[in-house]
Design a protein around this ligand. Sequence first.
Ligand code: FE
Ligand code: FE
Ligand code: ZN
Length: 290
Amino acid sequence: MELIIGSHVSFKKDTQMLGSVEETLKYDANTFMFYTGAPQNTARIPINEELTNKAKELMLKNNIDIKNVVVHAPYIINLANSNNFDFNVRFLKEEISRVESLGVDKLVLHPGSHVGLGVGVGIQNIIDSLNVSLTENTKVTICLETMAGKGSEVGKSFEEIKTIIDGVKYKDKIGVCMDTCHLNDAGYDLSDFDSILEEFDKVIGLNYLRVVHINDSKNIMGAHKDRHDNIGIGSIGFDNLIKIIYHDKLKGIPKILETPYVEQNPPYKEEIEMIKNKSFNNNLIEDILK
Ligand code: FE
Ligand code: FE
Ligand code: ZN
């Protein structure tokens, strides 16, 4: 099976998902992830059906399967904090319907930060919000992302994610997104990825894994920081990331790069090329800047 790899791409007001697909093609990628608006706010524009149809046509022409496409919910919604319960639920429901009208299946969501309420209360708030937002008819899969454990982030261990899933009524609408930078920063040793997968399978179940975010990390294992680095430049390293990207048990699961721009230049074309070659490009940064 062919490697399914892409990156974070933009979703602009005038071009919407059509622009996202066009950007994806520039990177020689076969999938992509986007926010339906700015990640740091919840201002959203209506989905334009004509642009969506054009995007789908272009995807079809280029063998991009919409089943592998991912939307990321804005990180400003914090389901772990019950103070904003009504706002969170209203926004999440709207986001779900936007994603459904785009025909996308996967919506990645940060579980949230408990902001001093404690992990247990935070998890319960997340469960309550999800149980009000998801219905029998929900078509998207909410992919809970594994977090670095920065501040009071919930979801820094497989056990916390599992506890959330246990409380959700419609478990078939829930998946998990592994983020390599977050796992590293949370204290998981990515040089032994087989053991991580084994643990994931034991605690959560591999059948829940829907998306993998591929990022290197600017910080050492267990730093609880969450600063992404370019592929092969950070503390995880190229060989460990390649083993993850090409792991047998992760076949068919979309891999999405969220690595940082280099002086305003997207790094994705060069990083994807390097990943396909399975060989680190010593001139990566120079090539990105070219
Ligand atoms: Fe994320
Ligand atoms: Fe991520
Ligand atoms: Zn991150």
